[in-house]
Design a protein around this ligand. Structure first.
Ligand code: SAM
Length: 480
C-alpha cells in the first residue's frame, strides 16, 4: 500500500501507485485544461517564498510528461527556464568526479566495474596517488569534487573513504583547495553515514539506477547492491546518520522513463514528508558505452527531446533542488539542459582511476565514455559565451546552510542575495589563478558587469573589494 511517510521501500515507492499514476496520466494526457491548471500550479513557484505555492505532485507531473501537445510542451520548457532563473539565476556550479577505486563485488549489468569483468585492470589509488590527482584537479581550478568508488568491503572499506576525504581536504597547493567533497559510494549503514558526516561530507550521492523493483533485481543479480530495499532505503539511513544533503538519480535507459520519473518524484516527496527536507540534488545520467557494456543491450534509451522534457519537469516539480548533468552528455545536450533546469555540471572530467595524472585521457579503467571532452577552461569560456556565470562556490555547506536550513534559504529567495556575490568571487579566483588569457579577459568583463547587479549596496561594495583583493593576490576564499 502506498504511504509517502512509510520507511519501507515498497510502500513509499509503491509499484501499484506508480502503475495507477501512469494509467491516470494516460487517461488525462489529452485533457489540455487539466494540463494548463497543473502548469498554473507550478507557476505559483515562480516567486520563491517560504509560503511557496503547492508543488505539483508526482501524478500531476506525470500527466505533463505524458502530454504530447506541442504548445503545452513548449510552455513546460518556458516555465522551467523561468523557474530556474528565479531560484538559481544564471549561475552554474562546477565540479569534477574523482575515481578512487574500481574494485567492486557487485554484478550490475550496465557497469564496467562489475565483478565478472576480468578484462578491466583493477586499480585503487594510494593516499600518495590521491594527492597527485587532487593537485592536478586544483591546478585545473576545481574546488568541489565528487568521489566515486565501487563497492568492495575488502579494498574500499569506509576507513579508506574517510582517510581519502581527509587527504583531499588537507591538500593546499598554491592557491588551490578542495572545499567540498561529495561522496558517491554504495548504500551503507547509519553508523557509516555518521562517520561520513563527521568527515565533512558535502552531499551523499546514490543513484537509484531504477525504481522498478523487478527490473532492479534483474539488473543487479549479485552482490550487496542486489538488495533493492537496502539500496532504496539508503537515503533514509543517511538522513538518520545526520547527512542532510542527499543526491538522488536515475540511470535513464535501463527501464521505462515514465516509471522512473514517477518513482524519482515519489522519492523526493518521501524525503520531504519524513525529514522535512527534499533531495539536495537530482542527477540525470543516461547509460553510456563502456568496456564490456553495450547500451543497445538496454532497450529503454530515451531521445534527447524526452530527456530535456524530463529535466524541465523535474525543475517544475522540485524547484529548489539542484540538478546535475555530467560529461556523459555532449556539449549540445548540456547547452539545452542548462536552459531547462540544470544547475551543476562537471568539467574536464576523467572517469578512470588515476586519470587526471596522465597526459592523454586513459580508457582502460574508464567507467563510461566521456562525451564532452573539453577542458575545464573551455567549459568555463563556453558557459560565459552562453550568458551563464560559472561558479566554484561551496559557501552554503561551509556556513552550515545544509538540509532544511538550505531549503528555507532557497525557498525564501535568499539564494540570489548570497550566491551571486559568492559566484563572482570564486570565478575571480579561477580567472586570476587558472584561466587562459582569453578566458580571463572575457571573465573580467563579466565580473565587472555582474557586480553592478548586486542589489544590496553594502554587499556590492564588499564583494567589489574582495574581488580586488583576489585579483591583486592579497586575499582569497571570501564568502557570504
Ligand atoms: N558504486 C557506487 C554505487 O553502487 O552506487 C557508486 C559509484 S558508480 C562509480 C556511479 C554511477 O555510475 C552508478 O550509480 C551508475 O548510475 C553510473 N554508471 C554505471 N555504469 C554506467 C554506464 N555504463 N553509463 C553511464 N553511467 C553508468
Amino acid at each position: 500500500m502506498y504511504d509517502v511517510k512509510s520507511r519501507k521501500a515498497d510502500e513509499f515507492i509503491s509499484h501499484e501507485e506508480i502503475l495507477d499514476t501512469l494509467a491516470y496520466a494516460d487517461e488525462h494526457k489529452d485533457d489540455l485544461d487539466l494540463c494548463r491548471r497543473i502548469l498554473d500550479k507550478a507557476r505559483a513557484n515562480l516567486h520563491p517564498s517560504v509560503e511557496h505555492g503547492a508543488v505539483i505532485s508526482h501524478r500531476e507531473a506525470s500527466v505533463l510528461l505524458a502530454c504530447e501537445d506541442p504548445q503545452i510542451n513548449k510552455e513546460i520548457k518556458e516555465l522551467a527556464h523561468k523557474i530556474k532563473q528565479a531560484y538559481y539565476g544564471n549561475r552554474i556550479v562546477l565540479f569534477a568526479p574523482l575515481y578512487l577505486s574500481n574494485y567492486c563485488v557487485n554484478g550490475c549489468l550496465y557497469c564496467p566495474y562489475h565483478a565478472k569483468n576480468r578484462e578491466i585492470p583493477r586499480r585503487k589509488l594510494t593516499q600518495e596517488e590521491i594527492r597527485a590527482e587532487v593537485i592536478a584537479l586544483q591546478d585545473m581550478g576545481h574546488k568541489r569534487l565528487a568521489i566515486e568508488a565501487g563497492e568492495d568491503p575488502k579494498h574500499n572499506p569506509i576507513e579508506y573513504i574517510l582517510e581519502s576525504m581527509g587527504t583531499i581536504y588537507s591538500i593546499k597547493h598554491r592557491n588551490g583547495a578542495i572545499r567540498r567533497v561529495n561522496v558517491n559510494i554504495a548504500a551503507t549503514t547509519v553508523d557509516e553515514y555518521r562517520m561520513l558526516k563527521d568527515a565533512e561530507i558535502g552531499t551523499y550521492i546514490l543513484f537509484q539506477e531504477t525504481y522498478n523493483r523487478k527490473g532492479y533485481e534483474e539488473l543487479h543479480p549479485t552482490g550487496p547492491k542486489s538488495d533493492y530495499c537496502w539500496h532504496t532505503e539508503a537515503m533514509d539511513r543517511a538522513m538518520e546518520g545526520g547527512i542532510d544533503d542527499v543526491g538522488l538519480g536515475v540511470l535513464f535507459g535501463l527501464q521505462g522513463y515514465r516509471y522512473e520519473f514517477a518513482g524519482l518524484i515519489m522519492h523526493a516527496e518521501h524525503l520531504e514528508a519524513v525529514f522535512g527536507v527534499g533531495p539536495h540534488t537530482i542527477s540525470v545520467p543516461r547509460v553510456k558505452p563502456a568496456m564490456d557494456i553495450d547500451p543497445e543491450a538496454f532497450d529503454n534509451g530515451i531521445p534527447d527531446e524526452i530527456f530535456e522534457k524530463i529535466i524541465a519537469l523535474i525543475r517544475l516539480t522540485v524547484p529548489y533542488t539542484g540538478m546535475i548533468i555530467s560529461t556523459r552528455e555532449s556539449q549540445e545536450v548540456r547547452e539545452h539542459a542548462l536552459q531547462y533546469g540544470v544547475s551543476q555540471i562537471s568539467g574536464g572530467s576523467r572517469t578512470s582511476v588515476g586519470g587526471y595524472n596522465q597526459p592523454e585521457r586513459p580508457h582502460d579503467t574508464e567507467q563510461f565514455d566521456v562525451s564532452d571532452q573539453r577542458t575545464l577552461d573551455e567549459v568555463i569560456s563556453w558557459l560565459m559565451d552562453n550568458d551563464h556565470i560559472p561558479s566554484f562556490c561551496t559557501a552554503c555547506y561551509r556556513a552550515g546552510r545544509t538540509g532544511d536550513r538550505f531549503m528555507e534559504f532557497c525557498k525564501s529567495g535568499q539564494i540570489l542575495n548570497y550566491c551571486h556575490p559568492n559566484a563572482l568571487m570564486t570565478l575571480s579566483e579561477y580567472l586570476v589563478d587558472y584561466a587562459t588569457p582569453s578566458t580571463r579577459k572575457k571573465g573580467l568583463l563579466l565580473v565587472k558587469r555582474e557586480l553592478e547587479k548586486i542589489p544590496n549596496e553594502r554587499t556590492r561594495l564588499l564583494t567589489s573589494q574582495h574581488v580586488d583583493e583576489i585579483m591583486s593576490g592579497t586575499g582569497n576564499d571570501f564568502r557570504f
